[in-house]
Design a protein around this ligand. Structure first.
Ligand code: LLP
Length: 427
């Protein structure tokens, strides 16, 4: 089989014992029973282990080069997940006032926050200035003007980097490639350079860094190498012109294995970062999101119906595209398996797995090998920890799923299932 249809790679946090899938010490059917479906379930140990592995690889390769992981909040912005990462020493990358507020509500000091994004509003800029964040990644001359204005009004010097468009090819799908010349993100180097020099002695703009983000679900180290070489050259050029930068922020994007992808090992990634930044005199910031949380989570759903139409078998589930957007939005392939497979393993059939939403695109899989299932059976969609819950919507007036984190034998609800009253509030 060309595709890994069984997510065996996700062990040891998810295991199959006598036919039933467990997350750490709790069986997935037990979670579906107690919290109902659809529900996101995350393994705390998985998140911790992956974080420590990445941190360890960076420490080993970078040695004396100072560096920080700034977790990209957009990947999974649940307050409990943010607290968990903060406790391990993570810093954070936010892209809106809402994400900044989440980080602060999680009790995290704003000094651990970098603010990226192509459309920061005046209010968001003022809020971040007042809070005293670590770094603004500025994405246009107009944004820099606004930032300088607000900084002077609030009498707070703004710690800034420009986000340079690295013009490299990376990212698994056109919609998550961000680093090409024609994309909306960042500014071209010649524009950034002019901004650094024009504001070199500015009272309100403090040039602290330079940043880039090459893309997402990146499976090769080449774009990182290329972007880092460009940024390192810019850092040296600016230093020669009296602008000494403290931070080099290479963004996020490191890919994960959903089916048969082969993402670079953390150690190789870290060595690439080390090789390209040694001797620069900058602290390195990275903004991983997916790499930290993706494989730590599953989306649990129940089979509502099965039906055969013109020889095609449909499995209709209680989770839909608005509970997990990636297949509909990017054609992403996420394995789906039954969480109980006692003695039925042999009877696998190709089925379409679909949700109840009134859209032709509400399909998790058009053809997927699944063991025989019946209404009420629980399915797990794998690799749902990143860009799952954070991208849900209420389309078709469907309340958003619950989220739970498993800690050994304990299940903690970290977001209640929405109610209908929740979704109509404010109308
Ligand atoms: N930093 C910046 C400036 C970003 O724009 C992003 C993601 C990240 C960091 C984190 O990237 P990561 O390490 O998670 O790849 N919804 C899409 C992904 C969009 C990513 C946008 N930017 C998906 O589900 O694949």
């Amino acid at each position: 089989m060309s595709r890994a249809t069984h997510p065996a790679t996700y062990t040891p946090f998810f295991t199959r014992r006598r036919g039933t899938v467990f997350c750490e010490g709790v069986s997935l059917p037990a979670i579906a029973k107690s919290v109902s479906t659809p529900t996101y379930a995350y393994s705390r140990a998985a998140i911790e282990t992956v974080y420590h592995k990445l941190d360890g690889a960076l420490n080993a390769a970078l040695g004396a080069i100072p560096h920080s992981i700034c977790y990209a909040v957009k990947a999974n912005s649940n307050l409990s997940i943010l607290r968990l990462l903060a406790a391990m020493g993570s810093k954070f990358d936010v892209v809106s006032g809402g994400e900044l507020e989440r980080v602060r509500r999680a009790g995290i000091a704003p000094g651990r926050v970098v603010f990226s994004g192509v459309g920061k509003s005046r209010e968001e800029i003022a809020e971040a200035l007042r809070a005293g964040i670590l770094l603004f990644n500025v994405e246009s001359p107009a944004e820099l003007d606004l930032l300088a204005n607000e900084a002077s009004r609030l009498r707070r010097r703004a710690p800034c980097a420009t986000r340079v468009n690295p013009d490299v090819v990376a990212g698994a799908h056109p919609h998550i490639a961000t680093g090409r010349r024609h994309h909306k993100f960042g500014v071209d180097w010649h524009v950034a350079r002019r901004l650094y020099l024009e504001h070199r002695d500015s009272k309100w703009i403090a040039w602290h860094g330079i940043s880039a983000h090459v893309g997402s679900q990146v499976l090769s180290l080449t774009p990182y190498r290329q972007a880092l070489q460009k940024l390192a050259g810019h850092v040296r050029d600016l230093a020669a012109h009296g602008v000494k930068l403290r931070y080099l922020d290479i963004g996020g994007g490191l890919g994960v294995r959903y089916t048969n992808e082969k993402p670079p090992a953390f150690s190789a990634y870290a060595r690439t970062l080390a090789r390209e930044t040694r001797g620069l005199g900058c602290s390195l910031l990275i903004e991983p999101g997916r790499a930290i949380v993706a494989v730590a989570g599953v989306l649990l759903m129940r089979v509502l119906y099965t039906k055969e139409t013109r020889g095609k078998m449909f499995v209709v589930c209680d989770a839909a595209m608005n509970d997990f957007m990636r297949p509909a939005l990017y054609g992403a392939v996420h394995p789906i398996t039954a969480v109980v497979q006692k003695g039925r393993e042999g009877k696998v059939q190709n089925v379409a797995i679909v949700g109840p939403v009134c859209e032709t695109g509400d399909v998790f899989h058009d053809t997927w090998p699944l063991s025989r299932v019946k209404p009420g059976d629980v399915l797990a969609l794998w690799g749902a920890g990143a860009y799952g819950a954070s991208m849900t919507s209420n389309y078709n007036s469907r309340p958003r799923p619950a989220e739970v984190v498993v800690e050994g034998r304990r299940v903690r609800v970290i977001r209640k299932r929405e109610t209908r009253a929740d979704i109509m509030r404010g109308e």
